[in-house]
Every structure is written in structure tokens, then in C-alpha cells.
Design a protein around this ligand. Structure first.
Ligand code: ACM
Ligand code: ZN
Length: 543
């Protein structure tokens, strides 16, 4: 009955003002699958009523009410029957369940806003669309364009990453970042929690990990230089300022539930076997040499990695992963796997014994042994492994998904082997690269050049894959590495508006994408970014 009423209202709205009227420019990013608009508006006031006939959507309705409270200083009454007069927001489900949990329809005329969604995520995305349509002035009358929208995502993995190891961002900053993801309908937050320069997650069994590994005594100034032997140059300069920070398990639970409410799954990354110096500074016994080590104070990679011949190192990592798995309800655990130098393994008796005992050909196969052993453990806990594309070297672990960062070759190879893939090639998915050709006008970046238009143009599914192989491409992700991103304002600058452009590459149907049209919408949408206080790159304003 409820949904029949919904359908009736939907049809009634569909038949009126929308036909033939040229679509007005709406500040919507990512562009929905189908949008029509009229020149009319719905006026939302504190008299507007929310009609909710199914309690399963209460969480999303509360989210909308909280947004209104925060931004307009009023909330809406929630009732379960349609009112006889006044305007209202009606939330209902489709007549037939089709399993499209992220899809939604949103129809707005002068009197009614109607959401039709099967899943909570779908309704949430509809609400994010509604929020982007709201007039921005903090008044008691919020103007909303009359539209008819039918929407669905193009890809299932719409990810953004943040490196909280090289620089630490507070719990509130991480939540603000998650807000940006929610605004653009991303559904994965890849949280880079450990690296050579800092261990950022409390592990109850090993308090030394954060006591020692979350701190570094100082940080290099500018780009590191290396001498002919590959040793750090004597010319490197350091700031002499101790740096540190970590998230307690309570912080993490808080952030996980904050993300869940926004239909964002957090994929935690615990780096291994390389990028692990901060852990080894606290537990040098799990390296090949026994140390001692300091948490890394410069950028780049280190020779010292976990010893692949030491069973105790595996037990140590398994203990850590057990706590990580308990904290993060998502399906995937990211185990890193990138840039593991093999110098120590080549001369370590334990590593060499492992190679002999396991009849491995070389150190690449030893890395594969390492990842496969960890994968077995993670699978035994009901979770899946994802790792950077180096995990292909020496043979992929049987069930692992691959994150392709050194171009798209790793992702293509993995998809051909029927492994799931997330595309995040340095070009154009690394948002720590420059976004303007004139570097003198930009803050220091790691290098590269990934302007807004190339992010927008990105198509995650390589043409070389067959249709069947292409199904293994889950989606793509933007990465924000923070060697040179020292504070949250710079995180905003580097990620915005490239995050907006990527969202459209991941959500909007390919044939609906149009960069010029995106820029027109972005100019309107940037008023919302201004209101939110986002320090975004403003080059597009002069386009
Ligand atoms: C990476 O950028 N090392 C994954
Ligand atoms: Zn070793």
C-alpha cells in the first residue's frame, strides 16, 4: 500500500511540469544518471513534514534532520501518514525489490519531495543530492529546485585514500574528510594507518607500537637527497621537532561508526613486509638484522623490512591483524605489499632457509609466500586481502584483490587472472601530484602533474580487457599521500576539487560525462565548498 501511494505520487510528479522545459543548471556532483528539472522550487521550512512509513530509514532521516539543524537551525517533524495539507517529504520503497541497494529516485515538485529507494545507501545518496540542491543562505526558507532524478552508480568501489602516517590528522579532521567522501557518494575510505614514518593505530597487545612507533624525533625539510651509495645525503636538513600521534581503539570505533552512518566502508591498511620501519623501531626482533631502528625521519623506502624467515614475525603480525579485524567491519583488509626492498632478505640466513625449505625460486617468490601466508590467516577470519600491485610479483595469493598503482598493467594482469581490482594509477589518481603546470604557483608536491581535466577523463576499465575480464574492475580510487601535505588545509587543497572530478568518473554513466558541463556545475557547487570552509584549488574558476 505504502509503495503504491509512492508510485502514484511519483507518476503524478512525473506527468506535470518537466516535459519540454530546458534543464536548468543544477549544482550536482556527481551528475546523476538521469536528471530533469523545471523552473519551480520547493520551499522547505520548519513546517515541512517528513512522512516515513518504514522505520528502517530512520537513520538516514535523522542524518537529514541533523544537517538541517546544523546548517539552517531547524528540524522537521517525522510522521507516518501523509498529511492533508502543507508540503512534505515522503520516503518510500519501490514496489518490486530488484537488489539495487545504491539506487534512488528523487522527485520534487512545489509541494512534495518523494524519495524511492530500496536500500539505506540509496536513500542516503538521494539525501546527499537533495542537500546539494538546497539554497545556501541560513534562512528559515530553503529553496530547492524541482527535479526528477533517477540515479545509480557506475562502479561498486568508489574510493578515496588518506595517508595518516607521514602526517597525522586528528579524529575530527578524518571525520571532515569522510564528510567530503559522503558528499560525492564515495563508499570506500582507504585509511593508510602504518608506514615507516609513523604507526597510528593502538594495538592493545603491543603498546610499544604506538609508544615508540607513533613518534619520530624530527622530520626532513623538503625533498630528501641521496648520495652515490644510496645513503641519505649529509646535505639533508631536518626540523628538529618531535612529531607523533595515533588513534586509540575508541577513536577508531568512533570513526568507523561515523563512516558507517554515511555508507562508507573503511579499508584499513597495515603495511607489510616493507614500509614497516615504525613497527620495527618498537620491535626490531622481527627484522632480518635485529636493528636497532628509529622511526623514519625522511621520505622514501628503507632496506629494513619484516623478516620473512622468522615465524615469530608472522605471529606478531597476526596478533595485530586480529585486533584490526575486530575494529573494522568491512570485507577487505589492505596489507600493503608495495615497495618491499629485498636487500636484507638476500643475505638473511633465516630468509634464505625459508626460500630453500619452501622451494621458492627467489625473493619475489618469498614475498608471495609472505602475502599468501598472511592471506590464509585473514581468510580464516572471514576477511579478504587487498594489496598494491607488487603482490603480483612471485605469484598472486589465491584470493587477493589488487590495487593497481604503477599504471594499469598490474590491474589488467590481475583481472585476466580473475582477481578483483581497484584502479588507482599514479596518473591521474595520485592527488599528491601537482594540479597546475606552473609549479611556482603551487605548494610543494611530490612531483607529477594530474590536472582536474585528466582526473575527470579517467575511465577505470581498460579497453584491452574483454567484457568478462572488465567485470573484475571494481572501481577506482584517489590517493592522498602526505609526505608534503603537512596539515589538513593542504589535504583539502590537494584533494579538492579533484575528488569531485573522480566522483563523476566513478558514478556518472560514461556517455553522460562532459568536462565543460562539469566545470559549469562545479562553479555553482563551489559556493557550497565556500560555505563549508574548504580550501580548494580555484583554477577552474577562471576556465
Ligand atoms: C605506493 O604509492 N607506494 C602504493
Ligand atoms: Zn630475514
Amino acid at each position: 500500500m505504502k509503495s503504491i501511494i509512492g508510485l502514484f505520487i511519483f507518476i503524478a510528479i512525473s506527468c506535470c511540469a518537466f516535459a519540454q522545459i530546458p534543464t536548468r543548471v543544477l549544482p550536482l556532483i556527481p551528475l546523476p544518471r538521469e536528471v530533469k528539472s523545471s523552473n519551480d522550487n520547493f520551499i522547505l521550512t520548519n513546517k515541512t513534514i517528513i512522512v516515513l512509513t518504514n522505520d528502517k530509514f530512520k537513520q538516514e532521516v535523522d542524518y537529514l534532520n541533523n544537517y538541517l539543524k546544523k546548517n539552517y537551525d531547524f528540524q522537521l517533524q517525522i510522521v507516518s501518514v501523509l498529511p492533508t495539507d502543507g508540503n512534505y517529504i515522503f520516503i518510500t520503497q519501490p514496489d518490486f525489490e530488484a537488489g539495487f541497494m545504491e539506487n534512488y529516485d528523487l522527485s520534487i515538485n512545489q509541494n512534495q519531495i518523494v524519495f524511492i529507494a530500496e536500500g539505506n545507501a540509496g536513500l542516503f545518496y538521494g539525501i546527499e543530492t537533495l542537500i546539494q540542491l538546497m539554497s545556501l543562505e541560513k534562512t528559515q526558507e530553503v529553496k530547492i529546485a524541482c527535479v526528477q532524478i533517477n540515479d545509480a552508480p557506475r562502479y561498486q568501489w568508489r574510493g578515496m585514500h588518506l595517508d595518516c602516517s607521514r602526517h597525522f590528522f586528528t579524529k575530527e579532521e578524518v571525520k571532515t574528510y569522510i564528510d567530503y567522501l559522503a558528499m560525492y557518494k564515495f563508499n570506500v575510505f582507504h585509511w593508510h594507518l602504518t608506514d615507516d614514518q609513523g604507526w597510528r593505530i593502538e594495538i592493545k597487545k603491543y603498546p610499544l607500537l604506538t609508544k615508540v612507533g607513533s613518534q619520530r624525533k624530527e622530520t626532513i625539510i623538503g625533498k630528501p637527497k641521496w648520495d652515490k651509495n644510496g645513503e641519505p645525503s649529509k646535505d639533508n636538513k631536518y626540523d628538529g621537532i618531535p612529531y607523533g600521534g595515533f588513534y586509540t581503539q575508541d577513536d577508531i570505533k568512533d570513526i568507523v561508526s561515523y563512516a558507517q552512518l554515511r555508507h562508507i566502508t573503511i579499508v584499513p591498511e597495515i603495511e607489510m613486509p616493507g614500509h614497516s620501519l615504525a613497527a620495527l623501531a618498537a620491535f626490531p626482533q622481527y627484522s632480518c638484522t635485529g636493528g636497532p631502528f628509529e622511526t623514519f625521519t625522511k621520505w622514501g623506502v628503507t632496506d629494513d623490512v619484516y623478516c620473512a624467515g622468522n615465524d615469530s614475525a608472522f605471529l606478531f603480525i597476526q596478533d595485530i591483524l586480529t585486533e584490526v579485524i575486530d575494529l573494522f567491519p568491512g570485507k577487505y583488509i589492505h596489507i600493503g605489499g608495495d615497495e618491499c626492498l629485498k636487500e636484507r632478505w638476500k643475505v638473511c640466513p633465516k630468509c634464505q632457509k625459508r626460500i630453500a625449505d619452501e622451494k621458492l625460486k627467489n625473493e619475489n617468490e618469498l614475498q608471495s609466500y609472505f602475502i599468501t601466508r598472511i592471506e590464509k590467516f585473514i581468510n580464516s577470519k572471514g576477511k579478504q586481502v587487498i594489496g598494491w600491485d607488487e603482490i603480483l610479483e612471485g605469484g598472486l595469493a589465491p584470493n587477493a584483490a589488487v590495487m593497481s598503482w604503477r599504471g594499469t598493467g598490474g590491474g589488467i594482469a590481475a583481472a585476466k587472472q580473475k582477481h578483483f581490482v581497484v584502479m588507482t594509477p599514479g596518473k591521474p589518481c595520485y592527488f599528491d601530484h601537482y594540479q597546475s603546470k606552473d609549479k611556482t604557483k603551487e605548494p610543494l608536491a611530490i612531483g607529477g602533474f594530474n590536472p582536474l581535466d585528466s582526473v575527470y577523463a579517467y575511465d577505470p576499465t581498460p579497453k584491452t580487457l574483454s567484457e568478462e575480464e572488465g567485470k573484475f574492475i571494481m572501481g577506482a580510487q584517489g590517493n592522498v599521500w602526505t609526505e608534503y601535505i603537512t596539515d589538513f588545509s593542504k589535504v583539502q587543497y590537494m584533494s579538492m576539487p579533484r575528488m569531485a572530478a573522480l566522483s563523476e568518473a566513478l558514478w556518472t554513466p560514461k556517455d553522460k560525462k562532459n568536462y565543460k558541463d562539469f566545470i559549469v556545475r562545479l562553479k555553482l557547487h563551489s559556493k557550497l565548498l565556500d560555505k563549508m570552509g574548504v580550501n580548494y584549488s580555484k583554477q577552474f574558476l577562471s576556465k
